[in-house]
Design a protein around this ligand. Structure first.
Ligand code: UD1
Ligand code: CA
Length: 453
């Protein structure tokens, strides 16, 4: 049996933020969520999060995840943090100790680590060789390469500081032994903290051999302490995700100029131009093309959809072979069927747009149903809000709405109806007829220009 303990109590002073460190976003998600999601990929019985600084914010950011909590009111060290979770750990299970600010650890690596635990080997460590080991705890071994202890940078001798094998902090420990060793920790060290790492020396004292495995990739064990490290890990993470998309066959015009902040699934022959941001849940069908500078959040694009540059789409579904943009804004609740054309400077909100309808220029269509093959002229506005309530506009199939019309909702435009340009429509209009609502054009025959006196 396996339980995860995730240490997340620290404030993250160097972030200089009111947000607890573990809630700072990486790839659009809190650091802590990455670790929790990785534990969900392991066969863990439970994940216990040790929180302290900003515990309420941390808990509410994880409200929809199935977690156990332990509180560490004062941050007295990593050993003290683990101690807060021990009542929730069974004697006969393995505890996997993880860090809320080491977000990219991979399930494979952790499985390898926990696989090292057996009756003769109750403690296993994840280590890493680093050319520049400064700041990390060093792994002290004897001539026979047997691990003896971990020494923290601040407690290390000059000779120990030359050691390049470092402690990633991540370890697996048999529950019964963990409780015994944690119970014996003291804070007699340079930082006056209860060091979790001291249990390694204790295990050696008890006659055990410590097994270790190395992280395959440095990115897995990189911690985040300040905004510069956050930004650099973000770039590495983006590269990993972009590589995965390219492996799935996506054409990425420039892999260094695209951001993925969520889950993206793709069909065949998708193409993404520069400075595209995909966030939340994004589903892209076959042959979808997204132009430069587009931002998509929780969006589903069916096969053949083309989104032209600088369009912003949120919580919407776009049907097969539809065209969007350039400079379109599609807001939540919008659904288009196939072959819809949504052009430049068009804003749609909660609009249901049927097959082949065209809204090509400078329009606002909100809380509206647009029938199949309707053509909405440039500058058409649905006046959906009376200052208090929202009302719907229904535009019939094949209707033609002249440019610069205002449709004052609630109102419906008949199927095949034509609306003269510049009309303010306040009453329902019949099918297949021309309706105009504007002052008649007049010419004053007797008028003369004034002349200068
Ligand atoms: C720790 C290790 C060090 C290792 C390094 C890897 C110890 C004593 N040292 O050092 O060997 O090389 O990680 O990054 O374990 N935390 C709490 N409560 C506390 C203290 C810390 O929850 O009282 C959490 C922090 O929020 C953080 C993590 O534990 O997520 C690590 O703490 P930190 O103080 O950064 O440890 P390091 O000094 O980096
Ligand atoms: Ca520290």
């Amino acid at each position: 049996m396996l339980s995860a303990i995730i240490l997340a109590a620290g404030k993250g002073t160097r972030m200089r933020s009111v947000l607890p460190k573990v809630l700072q976003p990486l790839g659009g998600r809190p650091l802590l969520h990455h670790v929790i999601q990785t534990t969900q990929r392991l066969a863990v019985r439970q994940a216990v999060v040790v929180a302290g600084f900003g515990i309420d914010a941390v808990k509410s950011a994880c409200a929809d995840m199935s977690l156990q909590w332990a509180e560490q009111a004062q941050q007295l060290g990593t050993g003290h943090a683990v101690a807060q979770a021990l009542t929730q750990i069974r004697d006969d299970e393995t505890a996997l100790i993880l860090y809320g600010d080491v977000p990219l650890i991979q399930a494979d690596t952790l499985n390898r680590l926990t696989g090292l635990i057996d009756a003769e080997h109750p403690l296993a460590l994840l280590t890493l060789q680093l050319a520049k080991p400064t700041g990390y705890g060093r792994i002290v071994r004897n001539k026979a390469h047997k691990m003896l202890s971990i020494v923290e940078e601040k407690d290390a001798t000059e000779a120990q500081k030359l050691i390049t094998e470092v402690n990633t902090g991540i370890m697996a420990v048999q529950g019964h032994h963990l409780k015994q060793w944690i119970g014996k920790l003291t804070n007699h060290n340079a930082q006056g903290e209860y060091y979790l790492t001291d249990i390694v020396g204790m295990a050696v004292q008890d006659g055990f051999t410590i097994r270790s495995t190395e992280a395959e990739n440095e990115i897995e064990v990189l911690g985040v302490n300040d905004k510069a490290q956050l930004a650099s890990l973000e770039r590495m993470y983006q590269q990993v995700q972009v590589n995965a998309l390219m492996q799935a066959g996506v054409t990425i015009l420039d892999p260094s100029r695209i951001d993925i902040r969520g889950d993206v699934s793709v069909g065949m022959d998708v193409s993404l131009d520069i400075n595209v941001v995909l966030s939340g849940n994004v589903v892209l069908g076959n042959q979808v093309t997204i132009g430069a500078g587009c931002v998509l959040h929780n969006v589903q694009l069916a096969d053949g959809v083309k989104v032209a540059p600088y369009s912003v789409l949120e919580d919407c579904i776009i049907g097969n072979d539809s065209k969007v943009g350039p400079f379109a804004r599609i807001r939540p609740g919008t659904v288009t069927q196939d072959h819809a054309h949504i052009g430049n400077f068009v804003e749609l909100k909660n609009a249901q747009v049927a097959s082949g309808a065209k809204i090509n220029h400078l329009s606002y269509v909100g809380d509206a149903t647009v029938g199949a093959k309707a053509n909405i002229g440039a500058g058409t506005i649905t006046c959906n809000y009376d200052g208090v309530n929202k009302h719907r506009t229904v535009i019939g199939e094949g209707a033609f709405v002249g440019s610069n019309s205002a449709l004052v909702a609630p109102v419906s435009i008949g199927a095949g109806a034509t609306i003269g340009a510049g009309s303010v429509i306040t009453k329902d209009t019949p099918d297949a007829k021309l309706t105009l609502a504007r002052a008649k054009q007049v010419t004053i025959e007797t008028w003369q220009r004034p002349v200068k006196k």
